[in-house]
Design a protein around this ligand. Structure first.
Ligand code: ZN
Length: 259
């Protein structure tokens, strides 16, 4: 009898272990670029329109130097947008003023949403007698579009019906496309991080209103992005913002317990 009880309790504890979520959730902490704080080539700064602003004045405003602007952009500063790295003081001031980026805990195998407030306006599948190869998110023009997953930029250019588009290749062999942008920011060959700004959304190419068209392809076959995206990221209660004491690039050290 004792043996039977022991066996039952062993069985029960085994069953409990099986259904309980692992203590280590396996989630990954990701910081999502916003309108004022962005990352490029591993540095914190912001993409700025160069029209009407000299590099000198930009550098002065962000507490950096023209030399550093050239360095971060790897010499590409003739474009209409340039990434301006910001000083620690400037960055700290932005955090103090409440402009900190969203910090999310995500399933590392899933894509994050390419825009902050995803307003799903059209799904994958048959539409208007044709096939819609992606998922659309309606958003105002010039909304920050972020990489859904780490990867390497393989296209960042005008792509006909896609307008100004970015294509990123990921380590699992899938590729994500972000179409109809006003402006693409990253360059071919850039390694990008999940949550990093890659474009400013828009209405270019074959598009009937400002939106981001997201495609997921594997061996050039379009797949339904909804099968790859994670849910719950738009819920305000899950949003934690980076704070002054958070060190950039040290995501694992972030204290996510108290907001
Ligand atoms: Zn679309």
């Amino acid at each position: 009898m004792k043996k039977a009880i022991l066996l039952i309790s062993l069985f029960l504890s085994g069953a409990l272990l099986a259904v309980q979520p692992e203590a280590d959730t396996g989630l990954e902490t990701v910081t999502i670029d916003n309108k004022v704080i962005q990352v490029y080539n591993g540095e914190i700064g912001r993409w700025e329109e160069t029209a009407g602003q000299s590099l000198n004045s930009l550098a002065h405003r962000f507490g950096t130097t023209v030399k550093d602007i050239y360095r971060v952009n790897r010499g590409h500063v003739s474009d209409d947008y340039v990434f301006v790295p910001m000083s620690k003081d400037y960055y700290a001031e932005l955090l103090r003023s409440g402009y900190g980026r969203r910090i999310l805990q995500v399933d590392p195998r899933k894509l994050i949403w390419p825009v902050e407030t995803p307003n799903r306006s059209s799904g994958f599948g048959n539409r208007f007698g044709g096939h819609h190869n992606g998922l659309d998110f309606a958003c105002p023009s010039k909304t920050i579009v972020v990489a859904a997953m780490d990867g390497t930029v393989i296209r960042s250019q005008w792509m006909g019906g896609f307008g100004n588009a970015v294509v990123i290749r990921h380590s699992d062999g899938t590729e994500t496309t972000y179409a109809h942008n006003t402006k693409v920011l990253v360059r071919i060959g850039d390694d990008v991080k999940r949550g990093q700004a890659i474009a400013l959304s828009g209405n270019t190419g074959r598009s009937t209103g400002p939106h981001v068209h997201l495609e997921v392809r594997f061996e050039n076959i379009p797949l339904d992005p909804e099968d790859f995206l994670q849910y719950g990221l738009a819920r305000p209660e899950t949003v934690v913002r980076e704070r002054l004491e958070d060190q950039p690039g040290e995501a694992s050290a972030l204290n996510l317990q108290d907001k």
